[in-house]
Design a protein. Structure first.
Length: 111
């Protein structure tokens, strides 16, 4: 297991998070059917990852993604791209990019 430095985590977070008119967009790689739900970083893919317990059937995994992110950010969250893909783009409303980065720094686990 490779532990990232604080600076490396910031670079990854900055690259995967974009601020727009509607809110903050986060690009992440989703893994449904995991043993536990968690947000992490895949060093090989250089991507933010999100593991969820639910399977990718009937929108269950997508619902879990949005519910977990709503809890984390205490804001409205919706998937705006990648509904049927492992690569998702989610929109976080009423948060700045800086707020999103600060929150993710606290919850990202290095794999």
């Amino acid at each position: 297991m490779n532990i990232l430095t604080h600076k490396e985590i910031l670079i990854v977070l900055e690259n995967a998070i974009k601020e727009g008119k509607e809110g903050v967009k986060i690009t992440l790689e989703a893994t449904p059917g995991a043993k536990k739900s968690e947000i992490g970083y895949d060093e090989r893919k250089k991507a933010i990852t999100m593991k969820v317990k639910n399977p990718p059937k009937k929108g269950k995994a997508n619902r879990e993604i949005t519910e977990k992110l709503k809890e984390i950010f205490n804001a409205e969250v919706e998937i705006i791209s990648g509904h049927t893909s492992s690569k998702n783009v989610v929109l976080v409303a009423d948060r700045t990019k800086e707020e999103v980065v600060d929150i993710l720094k606290k919850v990202v686990q290095n794999d």
